[in-house]
Design a protein around this ligand. Sequence first.
Ligand code: NAP
Length: 297
Amino acid sequence: MKRTLLVIGAKGMLGRDLVGVLHSSFPDDEVVGWDIEEIDIQKEGESVFKIGKLRPNIVIHVAAYTDVDGCERDEEKAFAVNAEGTKHVALAALRCRAKLIYLSTDYVFDGIRREPYVESDLPHPLNAYGRSKWQGEQYAQELVKNGLIIRAQWLYGRYGKNFVASILQQAREKKALSIVNDQIGSPTYTVDLAKAISVLIQFNAQGVFHVANSDWCTWFAFGQAILNLSGMNEVKVIPISSEELDRPAVRPSYSVFNCQKLKEKTGLTLRPWSEALNDYMATYRLTIDEPDSREGR
Ligand SMILES: NC(=O)c1ccc[n+]([C@@H]2O[C@H](COP(=O)([O-])OP(=O)(O)OC[C@H]3O[C@@H](n4cnc5c(N)ncnc54)[C@H](OP(=O)(O)O)[C@@H]3O)[C@@H](O)[C@H]2O)c1
């Protein structure tokens, strides 16, 4: 039977790649992509009505207010979109008996642990973004039984503001870059994450799953790798502390995921982050000579 898969947040960085991957993975199904122009998840009535009218079999909710420092400055908006918005999507999914898949984040954890986080570790967010996403997880879990929550981290991809684009842009303008060297995580390519989401759908996975490219690094090491691959080796990279950077939102110093549960359920292990980065930069020819000509939105 032909199913309808609805992606909410379809014009975001992950959403764009996800819609493409779902089309290829499920050619017999209908894939519908909505973003803020089609549905404002902050509005309960609109969300329930529009999703109810479409009657999707699966709702993949990747819409969010993702500006971490913006969330810190405006926690009300963070909760209105990331927590209450998710509640509205979950209520709509419940009403039309759709499976709900919700994208969450490593920022639900405080980073105090020094071993990779497993799904059952207790969240304790340090910032407003993390708190709002954690509340979103709780709504998703309480309202829709048998749903799927996927926690991701350190995303970069073709269609959105991200660390890779930002480093390349800065490197074209400056001779030296200061990059934080006391936060550890796993940079993850949105295409790899999108493929993992489609595999989790194929396996009808339920519950919470951690998904990230393998291996880990600091933002500093990630930045160095980007510059090396782009041929901008002459740009100096200076390691600094999070305290020196002094951003409004506190970030966890350790965000590494244990992704064993994903492997046990599906057999899948995502490739190392360095391999994925190499592939990404080669695919889009992100070099010193070729400015990133992303389409954006
Ligand atoms: N980026 C990361 O490093 C990261 C890490 C871990 C988890 N995640 C999670 O992964 C998911 C995708 O992240 P992303 O980086 O791809 O995000 P993104 O590029 O910011 O995309 C999110 C999309 O949601 C839309 N949106 C915002 N408010 C909305 C509303 N009220 N109603 C409907 N749509 C709305 C945004 O539209 P506008 O652009 O117009 O606001 C945007 O198109 C999110 O759930 C995020 O929390 C991201």
